[in-house]
Design a protein around this ligand. Sequence first.
Ligand SMILES: [Zn+2]
Length: 253
Amino acid sequence: MNKANSRDKTYTGIILKKIPFRETSFILDILIKELGIVSVIAKGIRKENSQSQGIIDLLNELDLELYKNPNSEWFILKKADFIKSHLYQMDFQTTILMQSAVEIYRQLIIDQTEASLLYTLLIRYLTYLEAKPTNAIAIFWRFLLRLFKIVGIEFQLKHCVICDREKSFFAYYPIKHGFICKDCYRIAMQEQVIELSENVPEILNKLENIGNYLKKISISESSQKQLNRIFLLHLSEHFHKKFLLKSLKMLYL
Ligand SMILES: [Zn+2]
């Protein structure tokens, strides 16, 4: 009986990182639907023809056959079958927004119970972006909103986090992990809140169904930056570590 073969298993995954390793190999970080993010060694790939190298490109969805040595945390790639490429022939903005999601995932600790939901969320997000919607940045925020729900740090977008009434938001209040209305705002909070600018309250209010409004809203660069900041702050506050997005900054150079 071949013991090694009994540890070969098939999975569905999407590549989040690819770096050259030694002379002929790659190390891949792959979000696997059934496992979460794992590190996989693709041996000897760089020796082979360019076609098989292309299969393991960033954000490619693959059917994978993996072998895991029980004494190591590494998986070894035995076989990869191409399902779909998401990054191929995308424009600059779409590429950035896709990479921003990847950066978030790579900073999260994804456990096995959340892996399947986060996998589906990512694929849906990428697919939505591929249609090149107007105001695509809002799709990124909606993606984060859904991600927050999955990882248990849901954003309350209808009610003030202090009075719990359904009111228009005035500011983001990081200490309370949410938004407050004007009535609950006190001058003493000035240093601790981010006062919402322009149409940010309206965007937040519509964000869950933002797909219906993409062509009707306009979002200034300063509003975009403010919302980016609030969403990242929410992640950072909850996970007690700084979430940084290098890629997203490139949208505003
Ligand atoms: Zn209030």
